[in-house]
Design a protein around this ligand. Structure first.
Ligand code: PEP
Ligand code: MG
Length: 599
């Protein structure tokens, strides 16, 4: 925002959802600015011809960029996958759009940018009024193509995440997990987005990679400009643009305190996660990228409770071969040894990597052909991965876990395929761990309710609360507008968790939790009381949770789990647990949740 003198000025405070702790202070880099600030100016009649030529050059440049992208995509994925870009190219060839803009430049002596923006707005609004949902969605194609021509008119060229300079806070409307992973390698200080929720995969990535992040800011792309100064608090969700000196000094101090707290926590690294009365809980790490292994070990993980293998697909369009799966899992097994690593077979779909894999566009991807459903349909892809994991199992302690199981038939089909792969390896004379443990993730209410059936046929269960809460409460985990309804303390969620643990323990198998809830110290005592055997979380959270465990008594935990039965609303349970936790752990659970609050 500029003041009257044209200079940037005035501190602006925004509040979003803090999804990855830490404080970033640095310059803004706007990654994607769809709403370019387009100004109108009069083009003298003598110059309209040249203005029209300028517009046509931008259209031609956009078309050639699209053709280039299209060729690249066709080479990598085949002709069938170029339909979106084909649609954009068709829009560019559409005389209606071009004629409309040219007409406006001529009639109204308008500049190209302004005329284009007006034409795009009226096309968009016409599309969005259409009944057919497919055609309605084309409004976003019009917007995309409009942004591309505008960028070319403004001489901004193509936008690429890889163009992000180091040492900046990235501001974007949204980021895909792929963008996020790429940015790590470019050493960004933090990121702030308009949209997103706490358990979106982009947020999870940020936490794993230790990048402070705030999402759901709604208007940050509108108010921030490249080069602005920014302070971002990834714990509380606060963001300050062009902060005054006082704010900078306050946040520098907070950052110092935060870093000191981290150093203190790391001293717990090699101590056992054991309560004061001798109850031992297993603390493991979640990971997405191989690069995280050193951090996982540094934070004292007792193993990997969840390896999200779908991240192998980052930045690639083809499927990994059996050999690649083998090498990746073998490297992990060896690096973690003698600790175990739980390899989750790929969970493609939902908010993950729809573009890399040839998956159809779905109306409700979270309810679509995702995770185990996709794998059972694409058995070739699934078996290739299983073969790679099994081969690697001779090099360390690996476990296999299937995501998004919703009932026994799916579990049986997945296990059957695993047996077929084992038989094939036997035929090929390749060794593997014949006693490899197999587990099911409990992420749907249906699985939680038939956890007894599932427990009879697996070695362990792992509760994926990110999805379990999403599906139980009908709250889209990536939608910032309903983020306030995403409540782990909801009595229905807690009842489901209690049921899973009870029936699994009755059948003698352990229960792990690997959703984000497991890494939030606020829930630690309650989860101990509910009987969870193993908590798996992002590496940063491990010492925080361990600190709580080591200062707790199992007796108190059980009392808390029993006491919440009396409450009927998420609000009441939350207030009760928060109050107890603040009283018991005043150094760790502060009033505003700073220091320990991760989700
Ligand atoms: C979960 O749903 O809680 C989970 C751990 O899996 P993901 O977040 O990858 O969907
Ligand atoms: Mg999940």
């Amino acid at each position: 925002m500029k003041n009257e003198n044209g200079a940037r000025g005035g501190q602006i405070g925004l509040i979003g959802i803090g999804v990855s702790p830490g404080i970033a202070i640095g310059p803004v880099f706007c990654l994607e600015k769809r709403d370019f600030k387009v100004r109108r100016y009069v083009v003298p009649a003598t110059e309209t011809k040249e203005e029209i030529r300028r517009f046509r050059r931008a259209v031609a440049a956009s078309a050639s960029q699209l053709r280039r992208l299209n060729r690249k995509l066709a080479r990598k994925m085949g002709k069938d996958h170029t339909y979106i870009l084909d649609a954009h190219l068709m829009l560019l060839r559409d005389r209606m759009l071009i004629d409309e803009v040219v007409g406006m430049i001529r009639r109204e002596q308008a500049n190209s940018e302004w005329a284009l923006q007006r034409a795009i707005d009226s096309f968009k609004s016409a599309f969005s009024k259409l009944e057919d949902p497919y055609l309605r969605e084309r409004a976003s194609d019009v917007e995309d193509i409009g942004s591309r021509i505008l960028r070319n008119l403004l001489g901004e060229g193509e936008e690429r995440v890889s163009g992000v300079p180091p040492g900046v806070i990235v501001v974007a409307r949204d980021l895909s997990p792929t963008d996020t992973a790429q940015m790590v390698r470019q050493q960004v200080l933090g990121f702030a987005t308009d949209v997103g929720g706490k358990t979106s995969h982009t947020a999870i990535m940020a936490r794993s990679l230790e990048i402070p992040a705030t999402v759901g800011l709604e208007t940050v792309t509108r108010v921030a400009e490249t080069g602005d100064a920014m302070i971002l608090d990834g714990t509380t969700g606060e963001v300050f643009l062009n902060p005054v000196e006082e704010t900078v000094a306050k946040y520098r101090e907070l950052r110092r305190r935060y870093q000191r707290y981290e150093v203190e926590l790391l001293k717990l690294k090699d101590l056992p996660a054991e309560t004061l009365d001798g109850y031992r809980v297993n603390l493991e790490a979640n990971m997405e990228l191989q690069e995280e292994v050193p951090s996982v070990l540094e934070h004292g993980a007792e193993g990997i409770g969840l390896y999200r293998t779908e991240f192998i697909y980052l930045n690639r369009a083809d499927m990994p071969t059996e050999e690649e799966h083998f090498l990746i899992c073998r490297r992990l097994a060896e690096a973690i040894n003698p600790r175990p690593a739980t390899i989750r077979t790929f969970d493609l779909g939902g908010d993950k990597f729809l573009s890399q894999v040839s998956m159809a566009k779905e109306m409700n991807p979270a309810l679509g052909l995702r995770a185990i459903r996709f794998c059972l349909r694409e058995s070739g892809i699934f078996k290739t991965q299983l073969a790679g994991i099994l081969r690697a199992s001779s090099y360390g302690r690996l476990r296999i876990m299937f995501p998004l199981i919703s009932e026994l038939t799916e579990l049986r089909q997945a296990k059957e395929m695993l047996e077929e792969v084992k038989a094939d390896l036997d035929r090929r004379g390749i060794p593997y761990d014949r006693k490899i443990q197999v587990g099911a993730m409990i992420e749907t209410p249906s699985a939680a309710l038939v956890a007894d059936h599932l427990s009879d046929e697996v070695d362990f269960l792992s509760i994926g609360t990110n999805d379990l809460i999403q599906y139980a409460l009908a709250i889209d985990r990536v939608n910032e507008h309903v983020a306030y309804l995403y409540r782990p303390f909801h009595p229905a969620v807690l009842r489901l968790i209690r049921n899973i643990v009870d029936v699994a323990h009755d059948r003698g198998i352990p229960v792990s939790m690997c959703g984000e809830m497991a890494g939030e110290p606020m829930y630690t005592l309650l989860l101990l009381g509910l009987g969870i055997d193993s908590l798996s979380m992002n590496a940063l959270a491990l010492p925080r949770v361990k600190k709580i465990v080591r200062a707790s008594r199992l007796e108190d935990a059980r009392e808390m789990a029993a006491a919440i039965e009396e409450f009927r609303t998420a609000y009441d349970i939350e207030e009760f647990v928060k109050k107890q936790m603040r009283e018991k752990f005043p150094d760790d659970i502060t009033e505003d949740g700073r220091q320990v609050c991760l989700i």
